[in-house]
Ligand binder design. Structure first.
Ligand code: NQM
Length: 359
């Protein structure tokens, strides 16, 4: 654990994100000590993260901490930690389905899960949201094969498919799929849908905020007036979601919705919550899909809903993301019976990481 010896670490791309993967046993058990170390590894706080392995964006300032699971229903436990870039924070209040794509392969690489002869299935308990995901990926001859023919928008080239099937995502952070108890609310005279199918999110009509919802992330980030309005709406919606003070938190996310332009179901621009996602999160996409399916929600009237059995194609700034979401009537609303998506991942670097000294 001493910094002079470095700490065993795998740098992996998971979906459209990138993060440092660790075995829990290689990190301090005490959370404050662990988080301080991770900030120094990532190079936070610094907008360029020049003295660490972070990539100067929230999507590349992520950490996965993996351990064998004490839960009979899971092989491994996955704790996701989001680190700030220019601000020194580490939060476990959100999950991350993109980084999740690397967890199964990591578990095999580290010998936590034996590889199957052709494919391996890893059951992952996602600590942040106390829910389960099963990852299935190719392991020909007992070795993870990261190569393959699947292209995902936001990542150049192709790679091997990693199937992700989720259980118990509905309400996993807030206790209910529609945490306010309603499909539609109004905050500061703007319609919002508060929804949580694994990622607590606030859906908004882009047009209600004076934008089209098809702008580039850079253009949206440059709009200071929009940022100020969104910040107020987020705090108001979080109150309705029972999330308490979220001023320093990365959830709930905000998602601007617009009618699709590229043959998808709905166009999205999601806020992290300050920087704008260059694509969309996995649980974020599953949450948008569940929200938009509900009659009366923000987005339901903008969406071109898929025919039964067809994927739910979510448009985002760098293309689209097909997810599978099935819902079923439940009490006086509905619940989610299937949430699944395909991602890819890649081991980029394996070795020891050397945290910069304390400032
Ligand atoms: O929603 C970014 C990402 C994510 C989250 C974020 C994610 C998910 O794309 O499951 O993957 O919303 O902070 O890495």
């Amino acid at each position: 654990m001493a910094s002079v010896e470095g700490i065993p670490c795998l740098l992996m791309r998971g979906g459209t994100s990138k993060g440092a993967f660790f075995l829990a046993s290689d990190l301090p058990a005490e959370p404050d000590e662990r988080d301080g170390l991770l900030l120094r590894i990532m190079g936070t706080p610094d907008p360029r993260q020049i003295d660490g392995v972070g990539g100067a964006h929230p999507l590349t300032s992520k950490v996965a901490v993996i351990s064998p699971s004490p839960d009979d229903g899971a092989d491994v436990d996955y704790l996701f930690l989001q680190l700030g870039v220019d601000t020194a924070f580490v939060t476990d209040r959100q999950n991350c389905g993109n980084i999740l794509a690397g967890v199964g392969p990591f578990a095999v690489e580290c010998g936590l899960v034996p590889a199957g002869r052709d494919h391996t299935e890893v059951r992952i308990r996602m600590i942040n949201t106390d829910s389960i995901a099963t990852a299935r990926f190719a392991t020909p001859g007992g070795v993870v094969d990261y190569d393959g023919g699947l292209a995902i928008d936001g990542v150049p080239g192709t790679a091997g498919a990693i199937e992700l099937n989720f259980e118990g995502t509905a309400g996993s952070s807030t206790g209910a799929l529609f945490p306010s108890g309603r499909v539609l609310d109004r905050v500061s005279d703007v319609d919002v849908t508060c929804v949580d199918n694994g990622m607590p999110s606030v859906l908004l009509r882009a047009a209600d905020l004076g934008v089209t919802g098809h702008e580039s992330p850079a253009d949206l980030e440059a709009d200071a007036g929009l940022a100020a309005r969104l910040a107020g709406l987020r705090l108001g919606a979080a109150g309705l979601m029972g999330m308490g003070d979220v001023s320093g938190a990365t959830v709930p996310k905000l998602v601007l919705l617009a009618a699709p332009r590229e043959g998808g179901v709905i166009a999205t621009r999601s806020f992290l919550p300050l920087r704008v996602h260059t694509s969309i999160g996995v649980l974020g996409a599953l949450t948008v899909a569940a929200g938009v399916l509900a009659d009366g929600s923000v987005g339901h009237d903008l969406a071109v809903l898929p025919s039964p059995g067809a994927p739910f194609r979510i448009e985002h700034p760098t293309g689209h993301f097909d997810v599978e979401v099935a819902v079923e009537p439940f009490r006086d609303g509905f619940t989610v019976t299937r949430s699944a998506a395909l991602r890819t991942a890649r081991k980029i670097f394996e070795g020891r990481v050397f945290p910069r000294p304390r400032l």
